[in-house]
Ligand binder design. Structure first.
Ligand code: HAM
Length: 449
């Protein structure tokens, strides 16, 4: 959902607003995000992925090296800050960047932690904010949350299938039905990509000028990242891509059999698999498997998440050659998709909503009882009971109105006579009954109830 732009009437200086492409989370929006977070950790945990939390910012060179200088993210979307003490261009080159994604940081953490030697197979998940300086639009924000999983240390195609199955389970848990599709492709091994790149350069050369010229983005990518021409979204370029050489025509036996095994594994899991040669992914680190999970009823915004294998990334980060595979999903597009489908079912959110509702509302008959009532509330809070009370000197009538509005099951009422006898009136708001009891027994009574 887009950030609300509040209309604030003011006489003084311009009011402060959240930066474009960011949001404040509260109320129902926050409940939904918490539901996404717990669904993420539940599905990742069920498949044996442990949580990892890396810093929100890293050295800029980490992302340049891993995602690729010619990727959109590095070229146009980095939130970077200069390194203090460095001068001129060096200050930015040696500076820091708020992470635009999680794979590079986890690979850096894997190398830094020495896992290749001690425990090479590591399965990690993360949920946290990422930052991309994009033009904010539906489903795209400048700060957004990603849930991702990354598995290091095994090259088997069944691990690729496991990663896909976690992605699919995440959406199924949120209520998506069997129309979910896994669109797959392969980026082959590096020799394959070299041959493919040469074939593509030859094929596309004639489209760089003349009448059937490709778009300016493709022209600039022709030299820097030829594969990206294949996922250009311009209609003219999509037509011009017809007949372009396919990686599978030059792919070596190992990558080919890996892909075959991966697809077979997905089919055994009962997933709907679609071959899609236009899946190139915008980041340079991919090798072999690339995939996206789609939900076709969502039309143009059917892509829900993406990922793939990055067998050269750990070595690129200075570690031992170690294969890796993962995916990530943005909460923003997921929230949009859920809203469009009328999901999640409200009963899935009931417990999270309940956390914001007090169980007890405490009412003081007169101001003289307020401090004693506050102390009693603290005793209840200390044993985990959610208690609310008035801090704005409201009248007795207004306190009862507030108690009703709060949704609390009970109201406790302290008047002069109860205070002097160390008793309290407990009202059951649902059953419209009340009883007077000892203050000492209150917490255990409520806990038992
Ligand atoms: P990505 O395709 O760049 O891949 O991003 C993954 C997901 O993040 C997208 O499918 C989308 O849901 C979400 N996303 C990206 N940009 C934005 C944005 N500006 N606003 C809201 N959501 C956004 C990666 O990031 C790779 N690290 C995925 C991966 C993990 N590959 C292997 N392991």
């Amino acid at each position: 959902m887009p950030a609300r732009r509040y209309h604030v009437q003011h006489m003084g200086p311009k009011p402060f607003m959240n930066p474009r492409g960011t949001r404040d989370f509260l109320g129902d929006d926050l409940v939904l995000v918490k539901h996404l977070e717990r669904t993420a950790s539940m599905v990742a945990g069920a498949a044996g992925y442990q949580e990892v939390r890396t810093p929100m910012f890293e050295e800029t060179r980490l992302f340049k090296r891993s995602l690729g200088e010619a990727s959109d993210v590095v070229e146009k979307e980095m939130f970077s800050v200069p390194r203090r003490g460095s001068e001129g261009a060096d200050a930015m080159t040696n500076g820091f960047t708020f992470r635009p994604e999680g794979t590079a940081s986890t690979a850096r953490a894997y190398v830094q932690g020495g896992f290749a030697a001690s425990a090479p197979l590591q399965k990690w998940f993360y949920v946290g904010p990422m930052f991309r300086y994009e033009r904010p639009q539906k489903g795209r924000e400048r700060q957004f949350t990603q849930f991702g999983i990354e598995a290091f240390g095994a090259q088997s195609a069944s691990l690729d299938a496991e990663v896909v199955s976690v992605a699919v389970r995440f959406f199924k848990e949120l209520g998506f039905d069997d129309q979910l599709q896994v669109r797959v492709n392969s980026m082959g091994d590096s020799d394959d990509r070299q041959q493919w790149s040469e074939a593509l350069h030859k094929f596309f050369a004639k489209q760089m000028s003349g009448e059937s010229k490709r778009c300016p983005d493709c022209q600039s990518r022709y030299e820097r990242n030829i594969f990206r021409l294949l996922d250009c979204k311009s209609e003219n370029c999509i037509t011009l891509n017809e007949g372009a050489p396919n990686l599978f025509s030059v792919m070596g036996d190992e990558a080919r059999s890996h892909h075959k095994e991966f697809v077979a594994c997905l089919k055994i899991l009962g997933l709907k698999v679609v071959d899609d040669p236009s899946i190139i992914r915008g980041l340079d680190y991919y090798t072999r498997t690339v995939f996206e999970v789609h939900y076709p009823p969502l039309g143009a915004r059917s892509a829900l998440c993406g990922g793939g294998r990055y067998d050269g990334l750990v070595e690129e980060m200075g570690g031992r050659p170690t294969p890796g595979v993962g995916f990530s999903v943005g909460f923003t597009p997921t929230e949009l998709a859920l809203a469009e489908l009328g999901l999640p079912h409200q009963d899935c959110l009931a417990d999270l909503k309940q956390d914001a509702v007090p169980q007890v509302y405490a009412v003081a008959v007169a101001d003289e009882q307020r401090s004693e009532l506050f102390a009693l509330c603290e005793q209840l809070r200390a044993v985990g009971i959610r208690v609310e009370l008035d801090h704005r000197s409201k009248s007795l009538k207004a306190q009862f109105k507030e108690a009703n509005r709060s949704g609390a099951r009970w109201a406790i009422v302290l008047g002069e006579s109860e205070a002097s006898s160390k008793q309290i009136v407990l009202k059951d708001m649902a059953e419209k009954s009340e009883r007077t009891m000892s203050q000492a027994d209150l917490a255990s009574y409520i806990c038992k109830a």
